[in-house]
Design a protein around this ligand. Structure first.
Ligand code: FES
Length: 88
């Protein structure tokens, strides 16, 4: 079971649920478009995680070291994120 901690709440992901879908299911406002690692619009900040965040297929979108793409990453254990929009 994967636990997700945001500034708003703590919740767990269902089996085979993406982090993006989990955030949307629990009422978080997250931008997204492609859901496939291309556009980068879903970028969120990772504060910490008990396990490495991995991508089954390397995304094309550029992300900073502390950012992840919740549409296509795989997380496990406990992950602490800030889902607030990243504005540049
Ligand atoms: S929605 Fe496009 S990279 Fe996540």
């Amino acid at each position: 079971m994967t636990w997700v901690i945001t500034p708003k709440m703590q919740f767990y992901l269902h089996d085979d649920e993406s982090l993006l879908d989990g955030l949307l299911r629990t009422g978080h406002e997250v931008n997204y478009q492609c859901r496939d690692g291309y556009c980068g619009s879903c970028r969120i900040r990772k504060i910490s995680s008990s396990h490495a965040v991995v991508y089954p297929i390397s995304p094309l979108a550029m992300v900073d070291e502390d950012e992840i793409l919740p549409c296509c990453c795989q997380v496990q254990g406990v992950i602490h994120i800030d889902h607030e929009l990243i504005v540049e």
